[in-house]
Design a protein around this ligand. Sequence first.
Ligand SMILES: NC(=O)c1ccc[n+]([C@@H]2O[C@H](COP(=O)([O-])OP(=O)(O)OC[C@H]3O[C@@H](n4cnc5c(N)ncnc54)[C@H](O)[C@@H]3O)[C@@H](O)[C@H]2O)c1
Length: 418
Amino acid sequence: MKSTIRDLSLAPLGQSKIDWVAPRMQVLNMVREEFERKQPFAGKNVVICLHLEAKTAYLAHVVRAGGANVTVVASNPLSTQDDVVAALVQQGIQAHAWHNATEEEYKQHLQLALDTEPDFIIDDGGDLVSTIHTTRPELLKKIKGGAEETTTGVLRLHSMAKDGVLRFPMIAVNDAQCKYLFDNRYGTGQSVWDGIMRTTNLVVAGKTAVIAGYGWCGKGVAMRAKGLGARVIICEINPIKANEALMDGFEVMPMVEAAQYGDFFITVTGNTNIINKEHFVHMKSGAVLCNAGHFDVEVNVAQLKEIAVSERVARTNIAEYVLSTGQKLYVLAEGRLVNLAAGDGHPAEVMDMTFALQALSLEYVAANHEKLSAGVYQVNSEIDEKVAQLKLQSLGLSIDTLSKEQEAYLASWIPEAD
Ligand SMILES: NC(=O)c1ccc[n+]([C@@H]2O[C@H](COP(=O)([O-])OP(=O)(O)OC[C@H]3O[C@@H](n4cnc5c(N)ncnc54)[C@H](O)[C@@H]3O)[C@@H](O)[C@H]2O)c1
């Protein structure tokens, strides 16, 4: 089938981006070598629905090296890089995506990818899985399972399983330790500030950053804000996370109070309507608002538009809204996840671990799908440890191992004599 992309002539630029990340994803390269030998997906159709940038493109190549016919489709309309998608198509991988697709086009692209009748899928945020279940039930017989990338998608899968509607096994890659400890925390921490800084070209030191959500991503964003010299305020709904933020040295208060202090607002909760008109009216003129959660529902841009007397594009990826009081508020990347919609996403070395988990989890589903009933599964702990070991190996590092004496000591329960 023909691909649906914007411009094939962009391929050389996209290829140079893929060539930059490929040698920096050493764990994935080791998995690739294994896949070339073992061909775990020989002749199978795989649909990959992720943010379409260079690291994802390289994952698509690795899955193809395992024998699959790969089709890629976007998990977010603003994060697609047209040059990277063109490079994939040039290399014979089917793609249905372009940057800034309308809601209608985004849905059409998902349908076109599903027309390839996948055996296995990789999803990010759950749009592919829910589209299959709600609009393409005839595919449910063929799909043997897949893997989900992010917190929000895993949450949706659990809701589907709870309602008894999920019809194939899905591995919750997000919940593996080698995912959230590194990708959500260090990846989001670095790439969110990269996205904000390259888009606004503003100083962070001496300013106040208000961060909503102190989960794995929020911790990373807060840690890097502190490192950049900002005063950091955390907004949470979970009293345990709020205490954790306090002990980590941050101020904690509700958003309605924090609104007056922030120079930068970053939502990363996975929840909806975190910043709205109740808060906009208290904000300083010049405040910059953005989101790093999966969906563009955390900053209520619709309400901001309602109360604004004017709006304009102030700079690429920056929308300016002027309130009747004269306050000017700036929203980055339409409130879509700022690190991908206004940046290149996480660093390659971080996505190396995440995508190695994706590839190995998909291999696990391919090998074990007959034993797996429909439902949400954790990443096998052996895969999690393997990725961590391979990462150390790729860095030329080794660690200590338990001696027999230490193993016996840890397993014992009889008190030792004084
Ligand atoms: N931008 C990226 O590249 C990227 C990477 C990984 C995950 N994500 C997405 O980021 C979001 C957060 O992921 P996570 O792994 O940190 O999740 P998490 O579950 O670890 O953390 C979310 C936190 O938000 C808090 N929260 C929920 N509602 C809130 C509210 N109304 N106000 C304040 N805090 C609230 C929760 O208590 C929790 O502590 C998800 O949507 C996830 O899919 C984005």
